[in-house]
Design a protein around this ligand. Structure first.
Ligand code: UDP
Length: 334
């Protein structure tokens, strides 16, 4: 464990930066590669982490990094994740999310590095036919974003078959919350996610939260999601990485809590945490939003000996609120 060098592609992004901190605290030698298109240089806060600005598709750069560090494994977060944008600009998503990792995988193969942890998504399942979602649920993604991720899962299967690459495709549900010590957090531009928008409405950064649809077939009419704390996601990545480096087989599993929370319940919890009213307006459904997405988390327990520790959504909101209440307002300066 300690001393092993790990390449974290996209380590300056939201989930990547939290994982980098945990890896570093556990003694790994962490090298972050990030093109800073959506990531933040300031999200790398701990001493000892090496930061390299560059692209996952830059073969020359990758070769020089692999020569220098002899990576024991790679974690890949370097994807674009705006579902709506993927519909209007699919090629941007297929190029960055699907094509660029090919170069990284080629270099891994050349250097005999065979442990790869990949950020996949519950969006690879598409419209749920049965809940909670188990890993054997058909994968029929609706958006180019979901398809761009599923294609990588297929590519990883083929690389396993061809040259023994062992990969963990971790299908995240709704990543949320910020670091418990308040040092880093979520800062997307534009922000589209529910919890930060609810808190921005409380702060007055936006006039109100628009609830997308109140006529879903759910108990309160709003959509239900499975929110998972970003530090729980981080620990799952490290559990998966260890399994692979220790010679385990490839892994495909959900990362969720198994607990479904509605949009209205998030608003109520945010009012409890902040002690303030959330200004709300009610709008139409957002196209492509399923009524419910909830993980069956059992496979992750079985394969990774891991489960989410912070299942109470108030913990996620509290850490996000702590991050956003600082003078920087939840924004990195670079
Ligand atoms: N949502 C909402 N208003 C917003 C943003 C999100 O009502 O301004 C709802 C959205 O319809 C979904 C849930 O909140 O049911 C979570 O959305 P988010 O974009 O955070 O994550 P997603 O589930 O789409 O990955």
């Amino acid at each position: 464990m300690a001393d092993q060098a790990i390449l974290v592609a996209g380590g300056a992004g939201y989930i990547g930066s939290h994982t980098v901190r945990l890896l570093n605290s556990e003694g790994y030698r962490v090298v972050v590669l990030d093109n800073l298109v959506y990531g933040h240089r300031d999200a790398i806060v701990d001493d000892g982490v090496e930061f390299v600005e560059g692209a996952v598709g830059d073969k020359e750069l990758l070769v020089s990094l692999f020569e220098k560090y002899q990576f024991a494994g790679v974690i890949h977060f370097a994807a674009y994740a705006y579902v709506g944008e993927s519909v209007t600009d699919p090629l941007k998503y297929y190029r960055n999310n699907t094509a660029e990792p090919l170069t990284l995988l080629e270099v891994m193969s050349d250097f005999g590095c065979k442990s790869f942890v990949f950020s996949s998504t519950c969006a690879t399942y598409g419209e749920p036919q049965k809940l909670p979602l188990t890993e054997d649920h058909p994968q029929n993604p609706v958006s180019p974003y979901g398809k761009s991720k599923l294609m990588v899962e297929w590519i990883l299967d083929d690389c396993d078959h061809a040259w023994g690459l062992k990969s963990a495709a971790l299908r995240y549900f709704n990543a949320s919350g910020c670091s418990t010590d308040g040092k880093i957090g979520e800062d997307h531009d534009p922000e589209t996610h529910l919890i930060p928008l609810v808190l921005k409405a409380v702060q007055g950064e936006i006039p109100a939260l628009t609830v997308f649809g109140t006529d879903y077939p759910t108990p309160d009419g709003t959509c239900i999601r499975d929110y998972i704390h970003v530090e729980d996601l981080a620990s799952a990545h490290i559990a998966a990485l260890r399994k692979l480096i220790d010679g385990g087989d490839s892994i495909r599993c959900n990362l969720g809590t198994g607990v479904g929370i509605s949009v209205k319940e998030i608003i109520d919890a945010a009012e409890e945490v902040t002690g303030q009213k959330v200004p709300v307006t009610y709008g139409d459904r957002r196209p492509g939003d399923p009524a419910q997405l909830v993980a069956d988390p059992q496979m992750a327990k079985d394969l990774l000996d891991w489960e989410a520790e912070r299942k109470d959504v108030r913990t996620m909101i509290e850490t996000a609120w702590q991050w956003m209440s600082q003078p920087h307002g939840g924004h990195f300066s670079q």
